[in-house]
Design a protein around this ligand. Structure first.
Ligand SMILES: NC(=O)c1ccc[n+]([C@@H]2O[C@H](COP(=O)([O-])OP(=O)(O)OC[C@H]3O[C@@H](n4cnc5c(N)ncnc54)[C@H](OP(=O)(O)O)[C@@H]3O)[C@@H](O)[C@H]2O)c1
Length: 279
């Protein structure tokens, strides 16, 4: 007999203005029971009265992950259909100038966090033969000046997901990576903008970074439009594999197929003004 249980989805870092918010609204429209989580639930107050359920979870704190898992287990009788590892943070600094605190925070949030969340919620997903979705970035497959640590964190997530995908096959659980291109969110808010050290060898490139960002931002889809484009694939029972969505994601896929590495490196070095750097 078919179950009349409402399908469930849990999204990490689901602030209303970000990709997580777009996904939460789109899943709700599709009839899902949505658990939107944040490390600071007061940021989720906009969901009050919408039916979207809010929970606290800091993906870098094991105890917080466990508390959230117990609450979801209680509310859902131990089953979760879709887990979306969305929480993340950027960091724009030259690799050699990277601040220790940012290095650890980026790795903890973007790589170790999703691994711990997956471990905690995995048994709930297995019970429903559900899906685990990783929000990674298209740029994690290409060089990206001044994003070495961000890209390294997402590249770790990519590889983790590849192996996880195989380990989940016996349970009928699918692992989907979303290679995300540009989406207009607060990810690039002023506090996360490059702030190269005054004596950095790369100081002159900071303006190039900002210029690139200024040029591309108006072309990026909103979080709602992004969600509209990816959710149908996530919920498609026949779909497995990777999704490419957001500004320039498909172009990146195409360039990776046909461009030699040297050409990609040349374009990026010019864009980011690396030829201005002198020893
Ligand atoms: N926007 C893009 O162009 C783009 C491109 C490629 C990939 N992505 C990826 O998409 C995901 C969502 O980013 P976004 O663009 O929607 O930016 P965003 O609005 O800044 O969303 C990131 C979310 O992660 C949360 N977060 C940060 N640290 C956390 C922690 N320790 N525990 C729990 N939540 C935490 C943030 O919460 P706070 O508000 O509390 O910081 C925020 O809710 C990220 O993984 C990002 O790397 C975005």
């Amino acid at each position: 007999m078919a179950s009349d249980r409402m399908k469930t989805v849990l999204i990490t870092g689901a602030n209303p203005n970000g990709i997580g918010g777009g996904l939460a609204r789109e899943f709700q429209k599709k009839g899902y029971r949505v658990f939107a989580t944040s490390r600071d639930v007061s940021k989720l107050s906009e969901y009050a009265g919408t039916g979207i359920e809010t929970l606290e979870m800091d993906v870098t704190i094991l105890e917080s992950i466990q508390t959230c898992r117990r609450e979801v287990e209680r509310r859902t009788e131990g089953k979760l259909d879709i887990l979306i590892n969305n929480a993340g943070r950027t960091c724009a600094q030259p690799a050699l100038d990277q601040k220790q605190s940012d290095l650890r925070e980026v790795m903890e949030t973007n790589a170790i966090g999703p691994m711990n969340v997956t471990q905690a919620f995995g048994p709930l997903i297995i019970k429903s033969r559900g899906k685990i979705v990783m929000i990674t970035t298209a740029s994690s497959l290409t060089p990206a000046p001044f994003s070495a640590v961000y890209n390294a964190s997402k590249a770790a997530l990519n590889q983790y997901s590849e192996s996880l995908r195989l380990e989940m096959v016996p349970f009928g659980v699918r692992v989907i990576r979303i290679f995300t291109g540009g989406v207009r969110t607060n990810l690039f808010r002023p506090s996360r903008m490059p702030n190269f050290k005054e004596d950095s060898s790369y100081k002159q490139c900071e303006s190039n970074y900002l210029q690139v960002l200024e040029q591309v931002t108006p072309n990026m889809p909103s979080a709602d439009d992004f969600a509209l484009s990816v959710v149908p694939k996530i919920v498609d029972m026949k779909f497995s594999g990777d999704i490419w969505g957001g500004y320039l994601a498909s172009a990146t896929w195409f360039m990776l197929k046909i461009f030699p590495a040297w050409l990609m490196e040349y374009i990026l070095s010019s864009q980011f003004g690396l030829s201005k750097v002198r020893y």
